[in-house]
Unconditional design. Structure first.
Length: 506
């Protein structure tokens, strides 16, 4: 840029109006009627070598110089412009943004930078106008492509932001997110229809859709052989049809069935398996052909939808696992439970509710020790201490139910660890030991009775101990005891017991 400004400075300091008389064009400059070129001649070669357009006019807008690049940028004949009045000779120049910027520089007398659209050419020019005592010099370049690329980049960024906002919106259901993503696609691609298909066993089914095409609504299905998507799957990459008739699709079953003038589709895979396609279409041909930017966009959008579908599949799998786990837990005949380091109950099975008499709302968040009879809590706490250290332990304790009953249980527990191996909870199972304790007590009493029998004083004492044992320990309602008579070698009845009917179990 420094070199360009130097050239312009030379032009302004050495330049002067051509002397009155006839002037002719020679190359890109004016020469006097005497054939002597103006001082711009010394700058011809440098100005022709620069890649920007260079234009010089006098204070009446008469073109005194322009290089080849300037003529090309203005889509004009170099010879036709040289010596002509720019505002009259160049179509659309007068009143254009380009003209206004140059006029501002002349009026203000100061160097003026500009970026303006030349409407009649449909182009954007960026440059600087340098005023002088006898006119104006302008150096400029075409920035239309740069503007287009910047606009596309901004549109792409805006679209990406929109897609991200849709996908991360917690207020939307998965179906609503897919619908809005499809709507974003129709806006971006300029089509009337956007749809997600599921393809299985030679059938295409519309899963989600936007647009009013009757055959492209959720739940609608068609043989794959009559759909554009069969070609999309076969190609394994985006398929673009910008003008179905022009591109020879009029005899294809897909055109005959759906009547789509344009189509852009891409395969979609979920969990590594073929799922279907994401497509955009319209009944009319597309004004401009689908290009690589459109294909890149639809691939990106399909990735968002794939992510949502994989998330759905993952959640469905989790739900199945949860249902299986719940079924497994509830199939156990004993209470099952888990609680965290604060003692708060996290999970339990139906059997715990049945045993304790408490409902889900009463158990959730409750402290596990609150189910234990107060007198037994110390021993339970002591056992839990070793469990939190990583051991598996059991302890006997009484559970108090909602109606105040106390049931003896053997509680067995072990640690639950997270992915890092840290103990985060305790899981346990309880076994009702009412019968076990009763059996243990009966055995103890029988042993005690046996000792007493061995120490009995006489026959009458033996009979008394035996009848009491039959009645109290064995629970017999009626029994007869016989003692062996050594003299007769027979069993002689010694006592008979009958339980009072009022004492019999119901």
């Amino acid at each position: 840029m420094r070199d360009r400004r130097h050239l312009l400075a030379v032009w302004r300091s050495a330049g002067r109006r051509a002397r009155p008389g006839n002037t002719t064009a020679e190359g890109g400059r004016l020469v006097t009627d005497g054939g002597t070129p103006s001082t711009i001649e010394s700058l011809d070669q440098p100005l022709e070598r620069i890649s920007d357009g260079f234009l010089a006019v006098d204070d009446g807008w008469r073109v005194t110089y322009l290089n080849g690049t300037a003529a090309e940028l203005l889509s004009a004949s170099r010879e036709g412009l040289l010596g002509a009045t720019l505002t009259e000779e160049l179509p659309g120049f007068a009143g254009s943004g380009f003209h206004e910027a140059c006029r501002d520089a002349l009026v203000s007398g100061t160097e003026t930078a500009f970026k303006q659209r030349y409407e009649s050419l449909g182009q954007w020019f960026e440059g600087t106008a340098y005023p002088s005592a006898d006119g104006l010099s302008v150096i400029f370049r075409n920035v239309t492509e740069r503007k287009r690329m910047r606009r596309e980049r901004e549109q792409r960024e805006t679209t990406l932001e929109r897609l991200n906002e849709i996908a991360s919106d917690l207020t939307l259901s998965r179906e609503e997110k897919i619908d809005q993503l499809l709507s974003a696609g129709t806006d971006r691609l300029g089509t009337s229809h956007g749809f997600l298909t599921r393809i299985e066993g030679g059938t295409q089914e519309i899963v989600r859709a936007v647009g009013d095409h009757p055959a492209l609504q959720p739940g609608a299905s068609a043989p794959l052989s009559t759909a554009y998507c069969r070609h999309t799957l076969r190609e394994g990459e985006p398929l673009a049809v910008s003008d179905a008739l022009e591109e020879g699709w009029e005899d294809d079953p897909a055109y005959e069935r759906f009547g789509l003038g344009c189509y852009l589709g891409v395969p979609i895979h979920v969990g590594g398996e073929q799922y279907g396609t994401v497509c955009f279409a319209d009944g009319e041909p597309r004004r401009s052909r689908f290009d690589h930017r459109d294909e890149t966009f639809i691939e990106l959008l399909a990735d968002w939808i794939r992510h949502l579908l994989e998330q759905q599949a993952y959640e469905r799998e989790l739900e199945q696992q949860r249902a299986f786990t719940e079924s497994l837990m509830n199939s156990l005949p004993d209470p099952l439970y888990a609680f965290d380091e604060t003692g708060e109950v996290l999970r339990w099975n139906d059997r715990l509710e049945e045993v304790t008499g408490y409902g889900p709302g009463e158990i959730e968040g409750r402290e596990a020790l609150s189910f234990i009879v107060p007198e037994d809590r110390d021993s339970v706490n002591e056992t839990l201490g070793t469990v939190w250290e990583g051991e598996h332990r059991s302890v006997e304790a009484r559970i108090r139910t909602s109606d105040g009953a106390e049931i003896p249980y053997e509680l067995s527990g072990g640690p639950l660890r997270d992915e890092a191996g840290e103990i985060v909870a305790v899981a346990g199972v309880g076994r009702d030991i009412t019968e076990r304790k009763a059996h243990r007590e009966r055995l103890s009493n029988l042993l005690e009775t046996t000792r007493s029998l061995m120490q009995a004083r006489d026959r009458e004492h033996v009979v008394e101990l035996a009848t009491n044992a039959a009645r109290e320990l064995l629970g017999f309602d009626s029994s007869t005891f016989r003692l062996y008579d050594n003299e007769t070698g027979t069993l002689v009845p010694a006592a008979t017991t009958d339980r009072d009917p009022a004492e019999l179990p119901v």
